[in-house]
Design a protein around this ligand. Structure first.
Ligand code: HPA
Length: 238
C-alpha cells in the first residue's frame, strides 16, 4: 500500500533494508551489488531498490538527512512494509580522540540532543540501542573485512552547524562520533519491535579540523557497504 512518501506496494521490500542517507548512494549500491535490482520508490527522489545479494533478497532505501526524514521512512518500512531489519550506513564526524579518519563506527547506542523521544511520554530518559542480533553479526563481518573499527556510543544531533560548539563536552563522555539520523531509527525500531543498526565511516574530525577527500569517502564507503551487505546476508540466514 503506497504512502504519501513511498509508492512501493506491500511486498516490494525485502525483510532487510540497507539505508544510506543519499539516494544516489542507494542507486550505486543497487547497481554495483544487487542482481536483478528493481527500483521500488522514486517519490521525492528518495530512491529505493530491491534485488539479490549473493542469492539473498535485500533492499536499499535512502533515508534523507536528519531525524525527521529518517523517522518517516523507517516508520513506514517497519509499519507499512513489514520490514524486520534496517541497517543504516552513513558518514560521521569523529568525536573521541581514538577515532581516526576513514575508520568505521558501529553504533551500540545513540545519545541525542533531539526531542524526538518526547512523543513517547516516558517518565525518564530513553536510551536508543542497537539490535544485538544485527550488532553481533556486524562486528563479525567487520572483523572478517579487516579494516579498523570502533563499537560504542554515538551522538545523533539535530544540528550540523552547531553554534554552541558542544562536541568537546560529548567527548568527555567517550562518545565516538556525530551523525544525524540513528537515534530516530533506533527508537522507531524499538517502538515497532524490530531490529536496527547503524554502521558509519568517519568522513571528518571536526575537533581536529580534518576531512577526507571525495575519493577517500567513496573508498571507505565501499568497506562499510560490504560490511553491511555481509551483515544483512548473515541475519537473513539466521
Ligand atoms: N556532524 C554531523 N553529521 C555528520 C558530520 C558532522 O561533523 N560528519 C558526517 N556527518
Amino acid at each position: 500500500m503506497p504512502t504519501p512518501h513511498n509508492s512501493a506496494e506491500k511486498g516490494d521490500y525485502a525483510s532487510t533494508v540497507l539505508m544510506p542517507g543519499d539516494p544516489l548512494r542507494a542507486q550505486f549500491i543497487a547497481e554495483k551489488y544487487l542482481d536483478d535490482a528493481e527500483c521500488v520508490n522514486k517519490v521525492r527522489g528518495m530512491l529505493g531498490f530491491t534485488g539479490y545479494y549473493k542469492g539473498t533478497r535485500l533492499s536499499v532505501q535512502s533515508s534523507g538527512m536528519g531525524m525527521p526524514s529518517m523517522g518517516i521512512y523507517s516508520h513506514e518500512l517497519f509499519e507499512i512494509y513489514d520490514v524486520q531489519n534496517i541497517i543504516r550506513i552513513g558518514t560521521a564526524g569523529a568525536i573521541a580522540g581514538k577515532v581516526g579518519l576513514r575508520e568505521m563506527i558501529i553504533a551500540v547506542s545513540c545519545s541525542t540532543n533531539s526531542s524526538y523521544a518526547l512523543q513517547y511520554g516516558l517518565p525518564g530518559t530513553y536510551a536508543p540501542t542497537a539490535s544485538w542480533k544485527l550488532l553481533s553479526a556486524a562486528v563479525k563481518a567487520a572483523e572478517e573485512h579487516g579494516g579498523a573499527f570502533h563499537v560504542g556510543n554515538i551522538l545523533t544531533s539535530d544540528a550540523f552547524y552547531d553554534d554552541a560548539g558542544s562536541l568537546s563536552v560529548w567527548q568527555k563522555m567517550n562518545v565516538l562520533g556525530i551523525e544525524m539520523e540513528s537515534a530516530a531509527l533506533y527508537m522507531n525500531a524499538a517502538r515497532s519491535g524490530r531490529d536496527a543498526l547503524t554502521i558509519l565511516t568517519v568522513s571528518d574530525c571536526p575537533l581536529r579540523g580534518l576531512e577526507t577527500t571525495a575519493e577517500e569517502r567513496q573508498t571507505t564507503f565501499i568497506d562499510m557497504i560490504e560490511t553491511a551487505l555481509e551483515t544483512a546476508a548473515a541475519v537473513e540466514k539466521i
